[in-house]
Design a protein around this ligand. Structure first.
Ligand SMILES: *Cc1c(COP(=O)(O)O)cnc(C)c1O
Length: 413
């Protein structure tokens, strides 16, 4: 088997470091022979992988194009300008920073640009789908800022807008954060803008998950509403692992300084080149078709799981993301995830709003990249429920997974 992106690289690796080459091929095999339903994952294109494995990895480039602290940056400057221009045009933003090493680094930079330690920040509480960077005591955010958490309605699972407004009026936060690791519905950015304006707060949209859907026109854009948008480039957007920030011209300099030199050193030019490739791909009509198919698939998957007796949070989804409680099938999320893993179905556990036990979080970005559509989602929902119930034993489930994946290799030879 050869490695998808650069056969010579694989050959070199196999000759020079067979031990590592074997690990790489084993992971490729794992990705191709099990069902990838981790909501934050995707399959990057061979072109993105090629940029990641390119000699741009050798270049030190502290600073920004035209103002670097190292010599020899004239070529990588072109790559970064291309990535920035493509991001601006893809999202209709006045300014883009593409240097953040990850989604978390992008959030850190947004806080660094707008806040001082000790400031009050209003964000979705962690039990309801807030990210670690939204005030977890285990994260810098919870240590350096005074976070107040809003929640979701116990009945509907939808963000409690009344509570958001009340908390904002009572606590007068310096910033309001909207965005989540698990919320399956569209976020009403206009509402958050209105509340932020009422209390004189900045609005930060952490669109790590939906930004790929935004690129494909399948979800509303936070760009016209938020002061700063933070995002990842590796989820639905299907680029390399990394982060980015979008903002208006008036905050451009503050955001750039918050990334470098405040929170990061040299930019990773191979990753930035790969981001440029991904933005180029995301601007094509084919990507818009993909993004809409991701949502259509998630809706069918959610309906299928509900039909099998799982309790689907908010009753469905607007995005790529579905969270569900398997309790009615007799097991909690952790046990369910274990049974599914043994069957070759890979997904996450997550906290469920207003529930004691954990649930399942899954997404359709990766399987849709593989070319799967609604009929496959119907099959996946039935198989998943059968495995969780303990009705389909893992050997038989693995066979069905292999059969399902047969027509959809992530990297066709
Ligand atoms: C994924 C995610 C992040 C963090 O991204 P990393 O690249 O893992 O650091 C931040 N915020 C939200 C809402 C996310 O979903």
């Amino acid at each position: 088997m050869s490695v998808i992106h650069a056969p010579q690289t694989a050959d070199v690796l196999a000759r020079q470091d067979p031990e590592l080459a074997e690990i790489l091929l084993a992971e490729l095999d794992r990705q191709s022979t099990s069902l990838q339903l981790v909501a934050a994952e995707n399959f990057t294109s061979p072109a993105v992988l090629a940029a990641l494995g390119s000699p741009l990895a050798n270049k030190y480039a502290e600073g920004y194009p035209g103002a670097r602290h190292h010599g020899g940056c004239e070529i990588v400057d072109v790559a970064e300008r291309l990535a920035v221009d493509r991001a601006k045009s893809l999202f209709g933003a006045e300014h883009a920073n593409v240097q953040s090493h990850s989604g978390s680094s992008a959030v850190l930079a947004a806080y660094a640009a707008l806040l001082r330690p000790g400031d009050t920040v209003l964000a979705l509480g962690l039990p309801y789908g807030g990210h670690l960077t939204h005030g977890s005591p285990a994260n810098f955010s919870g240590r350096w800022f005074d976070f107040v958490g809003y929640g979701v309605d116990a009945e509907t699972g939808l963000i409690d807008h009344d509570q958001v407004r009340t908390l904002a009026l009572n606590h007068r936060p310096k910033a309001i954060v909207c965005g989540s690791i698990a919320y399956p519905r569209h976020i009403d950015y206009a509402f958050f803008r209105e509340v932020a304006d009422e209390v004189g707060a900045y609005l930060i949209a952490d669109a790590a998950h939906p930004i790929g859907l935004v690129a494909g026109g399948a979800a509303p854009s936070p760009v016209p509403y938020a002061d700063v948008v933070c995002a990842t480039t590796h989820k639905v957007l299907r680029g390399p692992r990394g982060g980015m920030l979008l903002c208006g011209s008036e905050l451009a300099e503050r955001v750039d300084r918050a990334v470098f030199p405040f929170t990061q050193g040299g930019a990773q030019m191979h990753t930035i080149a790969a981001k440029a490739v991904a933005f180029g791909e995301a601007a094509t009509p084919a990507f818009a078709v993909y993004a809409h198919q991701v949502v259509a698939n998630a809706r069918v998957l959610a309906a299928g799981l509900a039909g099998q007796g799982l309790v689907v949070t908010t009753g469905g989804t607007d995005t790529h993301l579905v969270t569900a409680d398997p309790a009615p099938l007799g097991v909690d999320g952790r046990t369910a995830r274990g049974r599914l893993a043994a069957a070759g179905i890979v997904l996450d556990c997550c906290a469920l709003p207003h529930a004691d036990s954990r649930g399942l979080r899954l997404g359709t970005a990766a399987v849709t990249t593989q070319g799967m559509g609604e009929p496959e989602m119907v099959r996946i929902a039935a198989l998943l429920a059968g495995v969780v119930r303990g009705e389909v034993e893992s050997a038989r489930a693995r066979e069905e997974v292999r059969d399902l994946l047969g027509g959809f290799p992530p990297y066709p030879a």
